[in-house]
Design a protein around this ligand. Sequence first.
Ligand code: AMP
Ligand code: MG
Length: 491
Amino acid sequence: MTKHQLETLSFDNSYARLPEALSAKLNPTPFSEPPHLVSFNPAAAELIDLDPEQAKRQEFAAVFGGSMLAPGMEPLAMLYSGHQFGVYVPQLGDGRAILLGEVRNERGEKWDLHLKGAGLTPFSREGDGRAVLRSTIREYLCSEAMFGLGIPTTRGLCIVGSDHQVYREQIETGAMLVRMAPSHVRFGSFEILYYRKQHDQLKVLADYVIAQHYPHLVDASDKYTRFFSEVVERTGRLIAQWQAVGWAHGVMNTDNMSILGITLDYGPFGFIDDYDPGFICNHSDHNGRYAFNQQPYIGLWNLSCLAQALLPLAQKEELKAALDRYTPLCEERYMELMRAKFGLIETKEEDASLIQDLLALMQLHHVDYTNLFRALSLFQTGIESLNESLRDFFSDRDSFDQWARRYKNRLREEGSRDEDRLTRMNHVNPKYVLRNYLAQTAIEKAQKKDFSEIDRLLTLLHNPYSDQPGMEAYAAPPPNWGKHLSVSCSS
Ligand code: AMP
Ligand code: MG
C-alpha cells in the first residue's frame, strides 16, 4: 500500500463542487499561540493511507492545527439547520468546524477530514469558533472507543493543542480535533433546504448523497424513498447498539444525526456505570429529553423530521411506511444484541422478560452495567453452582438467586456449554468502556501537558473485549469523585 506524505494525499473535494449555497468556503483561523501535537491515531491515518511517520513533522501540527493547508485541500464550513431539543432552529451550520477536504484512499473510499475548533465561520452565531482541549479529548477517545466496540462512528485522527486561551465557565486552552467520516452530512443539512423552500437544492443534495454513499440506489425509480428507508434502518441499528452497550449520546438534535447512521458529534455523552435507564448524561438536559431510555424514541422523532424534509422528493405514504419500520427494527436488533450479551442462541418468547428482569434488579441494586455483563460470561449452569461472584453484585442475593434459576434453566434448555458461551459472551460484553472518570483523568493530565494517558486509553479502547495485562484497574467502576461528573454542552 502507498504511504502518503501530507503533500501527496489524494484529495477529491466533492462537497466543494456542490452549489455554493450549501457551504461557505474559508480557511481555518490559526491559534494565537503555536500548535503542538497532543495525540495521533495511526489506525485512523491508515484509512487515508497516511504514513504515520508524518505525525512527527512540524508541518503535521501546522496543517491539523489550522495554520497551514496541505496541497489539494479546499476548506469549507457546511450549512445545516436542525431541531434542537425539539425546537426548529432555522440556521446552524459548522460554527466551529471546517471540512478541510476529502481524501480518497487506495481502496476507493472517501474520508472527510473535518477540523473541529478551527475558528469563526459565517455560522458561528454567538460562539467563538473554538473547542477546548477537554472536549476534543472526550470526542477523540469516545469515537475510537465506539470503533473498538464495533459501533458505527466518526473517527479521530489527531488532536492538536495550543496555549491559545478559550473562555468557557473558566479559562481553558483551545485544541483542534481532526475527525474523519465518509460524510458529515446530517439530517439538518436536508432540513434547512426544505424549510427555506429550496427544493431544487434539496434534490441536488439528495442526489449527491445517494451517488456518494448509496450508489446502488442511483437508478432506482423510487430512490429517495429507498434512501430514506436505508437511513431508517441504519439509524435503528445504531441506536440499538447504543442501548445494548449502555451509552447515551446526550444531544440527539437533528443536526447531530448522521445521514450515514454513524455516531456523530460527541458532546456530553456517557457510558452508564450503575444501571439506570433514566440516565441523563447532559447536565443541561433538565427535562431528560435525551435520557438513555428515550434514545430509541428520539431516533424515531428525528427520522420523522428527515422524512418531512424529503416530502418534496417522495410520496408521503411511502416515507411514512419506511418510518413505520423503525420501531420494530430497532427493537428486534436490540433483542438480538441483548440475547448475545446473555449468551443465548435460540430465540424464545420469555427472553424479553428474562432480560428485563435482570435489568430491573440491576437498577434496584445499583449494579455496574459493563461489569455485570462481563461477569455474566462466567455463569455456571451446573446444578450445584451458586454463582457466588455474580450474586455478590446484588445486595439482595435472594432475588438474584431466583433470577439465576430461571437463567440456568433457560441455558440448560438450549444445551448451552459454559466454555463456549464464555468465549462468545466475551466478544460482545466489553471489559473496558470510556467511563467518564477515565476520560477525566486523561484530561487533567493533558491540561498539565502530560498526554500519555490519552494514548494509553486509545490503545486500551481499541480492544475493549480483550483482557489486557496490567490494565485491570481501567475496568473498575468509578471512584466516588468520578461518579457524578458534570458534563454540559459548553465545550
Ligand atoms: P453542538 O451542540 O456542539 O452539536 O453544536 C450546535 C451548533 O452550535 C452547531 O452549529 C455548532 O457549530 C455550534 N457551536 C457549538 N459550539 C460553538 C462554538 N464554540 N463556536 C461557534 N459555534 C459553535
Ligand atoms: Mg453538532
